[in-house]
Write a protein that binds this ligand. Sequence first.
Ligand code: AMP
Length: 387
Amino acid sequence: MNILVLNAGSSSLKWQLLQMPEGKLLTKGLAERIGERDKGRIIFPDRSFEGDLPSHTRVLEKLKSYLDEHAAWPIHAIGHRVVHGGNEFVEPVRINEKVKQKIRSLFNLAPLHNPPNLAGIEASEQYFPGIPQVAVFDTAFHQTIPEFEHRYAIPEKFYRDGIRQYGFHGISHSYIAKQVMKKSRAAVKVVSLHLGNGASATAILNGKSVAHSMGFGPLSGLIMGTRSGDIDPSVLLYWMQQLAMTAYEISRILNKESGLRGLTGYNDMRELERLYEKREARALLAIRMYVNRIKKYIGGYAALMNGLDALVFTAGIGEHSSLIRKKTCEDLDYLGLSLDAEKNLNPQLHDGLVHAEDSRVKIYVIPTNEELEIAAQTYQVLNPHSS
Ligand code: AMP
């Protein structure tokens, strides 16, 4: 079964065509700068297009004609990444009018993400009519987080209005949970660290998310490329009350001008590593802060799960920065966790296992694959008796 995976952002659309259940990649590409006059770009494996891309619909039209040229790749189903499933969606679902309506009703919770996600769905209905479509939600994996963990200590009426932790990066953490189970059945208590431009930590107990660092929105928790992570809400009140800053300004600062960029001027970890090697003061401070924050979550989650069997690093920084892995794992011997310095430099040579022989906790470096996870979940929805 060939599954087209679509990940539609506000001005971008990425796709992969995967043959499932084998997981074989047939083709992939992306469109950028959708909606920016004459600046649009589509990259196919063997050609590119530059020009006006007024909407996701136009991209789908071009993708459809590209795929029509490849008769060997008929499309049997489409899997869409949808960022926010609210309380409505605890698992992936086949898309129908009612599902679209519910995704629309969540626009206010994810104003930057759900509208383009729905635009991608509607455009593919137009160009791939009659082909089953499935929505896979980034929040769904975290719906197993218990109430005592996902609630905020604020008056109950707000909880009834939907103010609670939802969590994000769920497609990635769910993929990691499955990969860890394949590698070790004994790994029951797992902390998954998704360290990319966005970053989050998840406590996974018996394959299920039980605690997570992002919250109502994707701002809380770890320090990220340009997002602050945890910050005392008093700071926001101070900005509003004493400096008359607007919600728009505060949002820009916390989402785009904070995190590693706010601390150093750079949001790319490669640049920070270069400055760190030169012992540049701001880079030393930023990396110390970045790592300290991660450690707090590891320790906190080990406490909640009464122990830890495996720690996983994934996404751009988690997969590629041996420095961040080394610093994170320093002085965690109280947990029985010890990194092998040599293996850490080349995890791919060691099947991603980077712990020392005598480490009680396993340490894995696992490349995340959100597209494959979306395809796998889409396949599962359409073939419920397959596994
Ligand atoms: P992602 O959001 O998962 O694509 O991760 C993007 C981030 O990964 C970039 O902003 C970089 O900071 C980081 N990154 C990518 N490659 C490397 C590398 N070789 N070493 C350190 N950091 C990297």
